[in-house]
Design a protein around this ligand. Structure first.
Ligand code: A2P
Length: 282
C-alpha cells in the first residue's frame, strides 16, 4: 500500500506532501525539507503555488545532506491555466523545471481543464496542451503525464490520444468524494490523487469522524489519509507544522474496518470547496 503503479509502469509513493498555500520563502523551504526528513518521497507542487523555487531549494539541500536522492523522489508540478496550449505549455514546463532546478519531473499535470463556460474550443485547447505534454514525455523530460480537476467529459478526448492520462488529481475527502469521477478513472486505469484530503482542515472538527478516529487511536487527519488510501486514492496532505507532517504519514499501522469505511462513504456532502471545473472562470 505504500506505493502505487501508474498505467505506464511508473511507481509512485502512495502518500504525497502537498504544498498549496505554502509560498516561496524560508517557511516553504523549511517545511518541504521537514517533509523529506520525515520520510515523504513524493512532493506535489504547481506553477501557480508560487513555491517551485523553494521546493527546488529544499530538494537540493536534502540531496546534499543525504536525506534523499533525486531517483528516490517523486516530484509533481502542473501547468497553470493561462499557459494552456501547445507553445505556451512547452514554455511553462521549461520555466517550471528551471525554477525547480531539476532536469525532469516525475509527473506533470494540466491544473484545470479549459471549460465550455470560458472557451468554445475548450476541447481543442486541452488537446493542444496535451500534445505538448506528450512530446515532453516522449523526450524523457516527464515520467508520467496527467490532469487535475478533470471530469469524465473533459478526459474523454485525451484518452483517445497516443498517451493516455496516468493521473487525475481532484478534490477528495470525507464529505466530498466525487464518486462519479473516481469510478470513471479507476475503471479506465487512471490513478486518482486527492487534493485537500483533509478538506483543507474543514472536516477535522467533524464529531462523527472524531468518534471513528478515536476507535483506532488515530487523529481525524490520519483517518482521512488512510480513508483515501483504502479507496485506492493517493492523498496529498499538506501541513507546515512539523508534528503534523510526521503524523500525516503515520498511517500504515492501522486499517479502517469496512463498516467505518461505509459510514464515511455515506456521509452527506460537507466541507467541500465548492469549486466546479465546469463553472470556474479562472
Ligand atoms: P498547518 O499547515 O497549519 O499544519 P489539506 O491537506 O486538506 O489541504 O489540509 C491542510 C490544512 O489542514 C492546513 O490548514 C493544515 O494546517 C491542517 N492540517 C494538516 N495536517 C493536520 C493535522 N494532522 N492535524 C490538524 N490539522 C492539520
Amino acid at each position: 500500500m505504500k506505493e502505487v503503479t501508474l498505467n505506464n509502469g511508473i511507481v509512485m509513493p502512495a502518500v504525497g506532501y502537498g504544498t498549496w498555500q505554502n509560498r516561496n520563502g524560508e517557511g516553504a523551504v523549511e517545511s518541504v525539507k521537514e517533509a523529506l526528513k520525515a520520510g515523504y518521497t513524493h512532493i506535489d507542487t504547481a506553477a501557480c503555488y508560487h513555491n517551485e523555487e523553494s521546493v527546488g531549494e529544499a530538494i537540493r539541500q536534502a540531496i546534499d545532506e543525504g536525506i534523499i536522492t533525486r531517483e528516490n523522489l517523486f516530484l509533481t508540478t502542473k501547468v497553470w491555466n493561462p499557459d494552456r496550449g501547445y507553445e505556451s505549455t512547452l514554455k511553462a514546463f521549461n520555466a517550471s523545471i528551471t525554477r525547480l532546478g531539476v532536469d525532469y519531473v516525475d509527473l506533470y499535470l494540466i491544473h484545470w481543464p479549459a471549460n465550455a463556460k470560458q472557451f468554445d474550443n475548450w476541447e481543442q485547447i486541452n488537446l493542444d496542451t496535451w500534445k505538448a505534454m506528450t512530446e515532453l514525455y516522449k523526450a524523457g523530460k516527464i515520467r508520467a503525464i496527467g490532469v487535475s480537476n478533470f471530469k469524465p467529459h473533459h478526459l474523454k478526448a485525451l484518452m483517445e490520444t497516443e498517451v493516455k492520462p496516468a493521473v487525475n488529481q481532484i478534490e477528495y475527502h470525507p464529505g466530498n468524494l466525487q464518486e462519479d469521477i473516481v469510478t470513471f478513472c479507476q475503471d479506465n486505469d487512471i490513478l486518482v490523487e486527492a487534493w485537500s484530503p483533509l478538506g483543507t482542515g474543514r472536516v477535522l472538527g467533524d464529531e462523527r469522524l472524531q468518534a471513528i478516529a478515536a476507535r483506532y487511536n488515530k487523529s481525524v487527519a490520519q483517518l482521512c489519509v488512510r480513508f483515501a488510501l483504502q479507496n485506492g486514492v493517493v492523498p496529498l496532505p499538506k501541513s507546515v507544522t512539523p508534528s503534523r507532517i510526521v503524523e500525516n504519514l503515520n498511517v500504515f499501522d492501522f486499517e479502517i474496518a469496512e463498516d467505518d469505511m461505509a459510514d464515511i462513504r455515506n456521509m452527506a456532502p460537507f466541507g467541500g470547496s465548492g469549486l466546479d471545473a465546469d463553472e470556474v472562470d479562472f
